[in-house]
Design a protein around this ligand. Structure first.
Ligand code: HEC
Ligand code: HEC
Ligand code: HEC
Ligand code: HEC
Ligand code: HEC
Ligand code: HEC
Ligand code: HEC
Length: 328
């Protein structure tokens, strides 16, 4: 509670005397109080977010009584809502960043300082065994991204340090949402050349063009993830990380549009594992969103189909017989 009061004071003093600014900062303070439910360092983080959480920041020179407003570079802005709902929502900025960042302008050497890797904290830790971090690390080491740029491609390039969430395991998220979230990760470079070019000398790749062989691209990109076609499957890892070269990508329609669809082992893997216990595998796959043309050839559906056909036939015969009898 003490923290809340300090915070409100800081914000009220900081805001200028106009009414609208006051109500804005009151709104902001309300939001911050909510974040405090998940994070003990909200006040400390504001020391960074007063610049990094805004599109502009103020530089002051007390002795000259002068202040100017500058714009924050877009790729260095952190959205508070994203930050306080991600997997590391309980963190202080300084858990991952050097204390020297408290000084502005930030020192040159700081920028070249290596960051923690996921395995520094999660490797060989029983609490996170279900995620198979070590297997993912191996898959990543063998991926095309790592071999193309081993010095600069890291886990963080896909797992945004300030917004990463786990969608595939979130039962409140539908498969469609998980697909969109996943694909957005790939598209953050593959449809944004300004990020792509930082890691390669290659020219821009036009995804629509290279996937023009795929009918109804929009529908496919909504219904499957990029990794379905671009990674090899593995048993232990829920989300395959072994992104391969393009000549190994899935192009064959039958791989998905058949009763042994690869999607059952990848996209619907989580649901299949979760609901196998509750419903039995066949039901799990039918009752969920997993209906792919050609992929669902199973006894229950076929039996239901035959029964409907027989019942209809029965209904028609009863009708005909009844008409013959009552005509007389
Ligand atoms: C007065 C505004 C301001 C404050 C306060 C501030 N920063 Fe920054 N920070 C910037 C600006 C502007 C940049 C981009 C220009 C630059 O790199 O100097 C930046 C860049 C960064 C970078 C990227 C450096 C790189 O690799 O290019 C990191 C990381 C960072 N800040 C972390 C922090 C942390 C952590 C805090 C809080 C302890 C903090 N900053 C406080 C303004 C600020
Ligand atoms: C879980 C660890 C972690 C936490 C917590 C964290 N960061 Fe970062 N941050 C990183 C890593 C790792 C990078 C480098 C990302 C990369 O290499 O692409 C980074 C990069 C940055 C950058 C530079 C972004 C860019 O793309 O140039 C800024 C600015 C920044 N962090 C500020 C902050 C602030 C402010 C906070 C607190 C609100 C914070 N970070 C909390 C791990 C973290
Ligand atoms: C500085 C140490 C640190 C680093 C680096 C780090 N994590 Fe974490 N991570 C944690 C801690 C601690 C938690 C538990 C947070 C909590 O419960 O509030 C966590 C939680 C998670 C969770 C949620 C686990 C669960 O069961 O709730 C996932 C997933 C995760 N991290 C993935 C990653 C990935 C991927 C990376 C690298 C891109 C990474 N982490 C880097 C320390 C770290
Ligand atoms: C090319 C992009 C990419 C890179 C690089 C990457 N990941 Fe991932 N990772 C993903 C995507 C996409 C997901 C699925 C996110 C979701 O929907 O939950 C994921 C999920 C995960 C998960 C959660 C899996 C689960 O069982 O829920 C962990 C843990 C993880 N990654 C760790 C890592 C580690 C460790 C590295 C580096 C060694 C890494 N990732 C590098 C794209 C990437
Ligand atoms: C249905 C399977 C499938 C899906 C889904 C898919 N791809 Fe592809 N992708 C391929 C195939 C096959 C190729 C090889 C095309 C060729 O060589 O002509 C390819 C090529 C590529 C290339 C290399 C292009 C080049 O010319 O170098 C990239 C990058 C790529 N895909 C990224 C993605 C991303 C990002 C997504 C998700 C938005 C995605 N793909 C979704 C099958 C797929
Ligand atoms: C941080 C940026 C970034 C992200 C995120 C990213 N990629 Fe890439 N990707 C690259 C770069 C850079 C290359 C070109 C590497 C090179 O120089 O050959 C590449 C190349 C590729 C290729 C082409 C391989 C070939 O044969 O030329 C495929 C396929 C691919 N990525 C798929 C994916 C998928 C799937 C995802 C999401 C899981 C993803 N990428 C996420 C940057 C990214
Ligand atoms: C990675 C798996 C995968 C591959 C490979 C794949 N598809 Fe699909 N396809 C799907 C999924 C999932 C749907 C969506 C089913 C739905 O929601 O109705 C779909 C939908 C379709 C549709 C219906 C689109 C619509 O308008 O609703 C057609 C037609 C189709 N695919 C043809 C093909 C052809 C032809 C190929 C080979 C060139 C192919 N698919 C390759 C998974 C795949």
């Amino acid at each position: 509670m003490k923290k809340v009061l300090i915070l409100l004071n800081v914000l009220l003093i900081a805001s200028s005397a106009t009414l609208s600014a006051q109500s804005d900062s009151a709104k902001k303070a309300e939001a911050l109080v909510i974040y405090m439910e998940v994070n003990d360092y909200v006040v400390e983080n504001e020391a960074c977010l007063r610049c990094h959480g805004e599109s502009k920041y103020i530089l002051k020179d007390e002795s000259m009584e002068r202040e100017i407003t500058q714009s924050m570079c877009r790729d260095k802005i952190i959205e508070r809502d994203d930050y306080y709902s991600m997997v590391h929502k309980s963190f202080a900025c300084l858990d991952c960043h050097s204390y020297d960042y408290e000084v502005f302008p930030h020192a040159y050497e700081l920028r070249l300082e290596p960051t923690f890797t996921c395995l520094d904290c999660h490797g060989y830790d029983e609490d996170y065994a279900q995620y198979h971090f070590e297997d993912i690390e191996v898959e990543f080491q063998e991926s095309i991204h790592m071999s193309a740029n081993p010095d600069n491609f890291t886990c963080w390039k896909c797992h945004d340090p300030h917004s990463y969430r786990t969608f595939v395991r979130d039962d409140e998220k539908s498969v469609t949402e998980a697909i969109a979230y996943n694909n957005d990760i790939c598209l953050s470079c593959h449809s944004d050349f300004s990020r792509f070019e930082l890691l390669t000398d290659k020219d821009e790749i036009d995804l629509l063009d290279t996937h023009s062989w795929l009918p109804n691209q929009a529908a496919h990109f909504r219904s499957v993830r990029c990794i379905e076609c671009h990674t090899s499957l593995s048993d232990s890892v829920l989300v395959a990380h072994h992104v391969q070269t393009k000549d190994l990508a899935v192009r064959n329609c039958i791989e998905c549009h058949s009763s042994s669809s690869i999607l059952m082992g990848s996209l619907y893997k989580h649901q299949a594992i979760e609901s196998r216990g509750k419903l039995g595998f066949v039901n799990a796959v039918i009752l969920n969103e997993a209906y792919v043309i050609g992929a669902n050839r199973n006894k229950v559906l076929s039996f239901a189909g035959v029964m409907i056909f027989l019942l209809t036939l029965g209904g028609i015969s009863v009708h005909i017989v009844a008409r013959i009898i009552f005509k007389k």
